[in-house]
Design a protein around this ligand. Sequence first.
Ligand code: ADP
Length: 259
Amino acid sequence: LGIDVGSTASKCIVLKDGKEIVAKSLIDVGAGTSGPQRAIEAVLNEAGMKKEDMAYTLATGYGRTSLMDGIADKQMSELSCHAKGATFLFPNVHTVIDIGGQDVKVLHIDNGAMTNFQMNDKCAAGTGRFLDVMARVLNVPIEQLGPLSETSEHPATISNTCTVFAESEVISQLSAKVPLADIAAGIHNSVAKRVAGMALRLGRPGCMAMSGGVALNTGVVRAMEREMGCPILVDPLCQSAGAIGAAVLAYEKLSKSKE
Ligand code: ADP
């Protein structure tokens, strides 16, 4: 069992023999809430199994330590788990950009092992939090922000990357009657510029993928492709990449302990 206790969502994956995903769950509240417990119950329910049936449980994510009192056998950093999870989803991946609720990570991977990384966890700019705040100001559900932005013909310019200032900028564009689609496209371009700058500081990407919940936002993915100048792979399980990696690492720990 792999559990990712994120800042915004709790994700679980049950993996069989290190290869086959037999059950998954996602509860959209994270660390410091009942989310992790509910995600565990949901995944066990889906698998038709009990916690005792899990050979090894590994926790990752912002709130992972909360599971070390009897739930998880081990905890590991998000970077290790995201690198593993991305390699599970995209075996030939070289660069992974993970945008979660509270941080942005850029990982370089060589043959499944992480070789370099950049992380921004000091500021909400460029994260899911930034997008969630903007979606609320626009009064658009977060899952519709991507499709809405793709109808834009004249993306607005959002010049502030700071969430607080960008929020005021969006409010003044709304009162100037700028179309919602153009503001949404401007928001995505601003996130993409910031994250692409971070990714390019680490070097030109080879085969590139996005993970984390923000990879579900097609507007951000398309804007990132334009900024990076290359196609970006996304899997429907992108938000669970950390939990998948945790489950793969749980399998590897177990196999080692049996050697
Ligand atoms: P964490 O691991 O920090 O909890 P996640 O990787 O789960 O973060 O990503 C959470 C973010 O994903 C949210 O802040 C939100 O912006 C974005 N997100 C989640 N679901 C969707 C969706 N269906 N469409 C667009 N964005 C989404």
